[in-house]
Design a protein around this ligand. Sequence first.
Ligand SMILES: [Zn+2]
Length: 135
Amino acid sequence: MEKGYNGWANYETWRVNLEVIDGDDANDILGDYARDGMDRDEMVDALAGYFEDFVSYETGILPREGTFAYGIVNEFLRKVDWEEIAEHYVDDYLDTNPNDENTACTECDTEIAKRDACVTTAGRIVCKDCAEGTV
Ligand SMILES: [Zn+2]
């Protein structure tokens, strides 16, 4: 699939991902999200927000507000597709940690992390409550 720049939405997104985002930090954060029971879409939203907030004056990435440099950098960052970057890390994370992905209980439809799911003798994925009820 041909995208804007090196497989990313545009040059700004590619460059920010390359220079600013740390994959190890992203994986640590995603581990916390998984423990909080977030599903993929919630992880993408939260991580995109985290990345966007990370780029600030406090982290030294944004120059002081009101300066000429601030205006230029801010205009650059406005074009970044934060969600695309977040999706990249979330999908990588879920590929290597498939048990952190959520699934639905086939009995009561409650969303559960795969690592917390039980499998019945019939091979159905159920939550712990339903597992106890159907044993
Ligand atoms: Zn259930």
